[in-house]
Design a protein around this ligand. Sequence first.
Ligand SMILES: Cc1cc2nc3c(=O)[nH]c(=O)nc-3n(C[C@H](O)[C@H](O)[C@H](O)COP(=O)(O)OP(=O)(O)OC[C@H]3O[C@@H](n4cnc5c(N)ncnc54)[C@H](O)[C@@H]3O)c2cc1C
Length: 467
Amino acid sequence: MSDLKTAFAAIVGESNVITGDFAAYANDWRKKYFGKPLLVVKPGTVEEVAALVKLCAETKTPIVPQAGNTGLVGGGVPDESGTEVIISVARMTKVLEVDTINNTMTVEAGCILQTLQETAAEHDRLFPLSLAAEGSCRIGGNISTNAGGVQVLRYGNTRELVMGLEVVLPSGEIWNGLRGLRKDNTGYDLKHLFIGAEGTLGIITKAVLKLFPAPRSTQTVFIGLESPQKAMDLLGFMKGALGDRITAFELISDFGLSLVTKYFPQLKAPLPPAFPWFVLSDIADSRDAAALTADVEAALGEAIEQGIILDCAIAKNETEGNRMWELRENMTESQVHEGRSIKHDVSIPISKIADFIKAADAALEKAYPGVRPITFGHVGDGNLHYNVAHPLASFTEPNWTKELDRVNLIVHDATAQFNGSISAEHGIGQLKREEIKRYKSALELQVMKNIKAAIDPQNIMNPGKVI
Ligand SMILES: Cc1cc2nc3c(=O)[nH]c(=O)nc-3n(C[C@H](O)[C@H](O)[C@H](O)COP(=O)(O)OP(=O)(O)OC[C@H]3O[C@@H](n4cnc5c(N)ncnc54)[C@H](O)[C@@H]3O)c2cc1C
């Protein structure tokens, strides 16, 4: 270890090699995984990353790439062997270029997501990736998890927002694919291998990101409805009435909302808690706010008349809209206060979401009478965070966590029944590595293993994650 430490220090400087107090790097955000790294190294340039990886390849030292460490599946956390080195890109935070004609931004992998949104805004552009962890997650991690978030409906996942990448391969070689091209049919599109690979194929060091015209106005609305099916009807109705101006469409159950207002009493629900389901939606436009609001009011008025929705609150200004979003952003944290729920991040074809919720709720209730599903998520793109809190009468929090495998099986089998995915956003990491074997075909898994072996024959890049 001291040889390796000295060699790493010669590359990045002694102050950028951390040998003790690993807590910020070795444990995950949910405090579910507690790893034990050999060292944490923080390179400042791609050349330093390449030199570190070359050294690891020579010494067969396993590497765990890390960015903001907000991942929810243990992908950026080392195992407990004390042999793995965390390479953190947190010092690589330069925005190298903003090209407002090509509508691209070239950035280093350690840039905080929120900083990139702000940089785009300074140039009158939009970088649309947006998620609750945006103040601390970093773009290298976003790309490696193909992060989704609340604007996928209109702008797509991270995969759709990445035009080029620079990656340090497990050999220590640097692949420069920093192209800002919208059209490039010159064989295999390698960048897609690294997007969503959760650090198992290489370390992303830079990216060319897609920018969009900044919307002139955004209208936020909070809607009360009868059922998830009505929410799906509303989505279809709003798409017809407002077109692709809908940027976010989030479903929230009354129980989910009640937890937020219970643990964050300063946050007030914009509608009375009398409705069983809610939708939080953003509609953005290049026209002025008054014209947009008039369109939204007309559409939602019509939705009430048609019996699709029960009531709605239309934010009067940005501050009111932000307050509505604070409810959604604190949903995950409110569940931490209520006691660990068993979490799922599934996607279902949009037209089948209501059927899935019914089937999963029924199967769980049969197995665990009184169980409390906390259902919310980005249903505009078919993504549900279907979390399950313990039945109060028969379980306590510690007992409930012992039911994890059985609850997962019930929820994920229901997901498979509707041809869905057991990981819509957060990835596989350590959390779902065994489970994907049940839901992916042997052929698909074998092709994934073949790709891994071709790029990382020594299996040093984030071993034990994904496959
Ligand atoms: C409150 C909260 C809300 C969230 N909401 C969402 C959401 O709406 N949508 C969503 O998709 N996710 C969400 N997440 C999950 C998480 O924020 C995302 O997965 C995020 O993209 C991870 O970024 P990070 O910088 O924290 O990555 P990390 O946690 O550091 O790493 C994530 C994975 O990427 C790998 N990795 C990191 N950097 C690199 C690199 N430079 N090169 C190669 N591999 C690398 C790691 O090894 C790990 O496997 C949420 C998390 C929290 C805590």
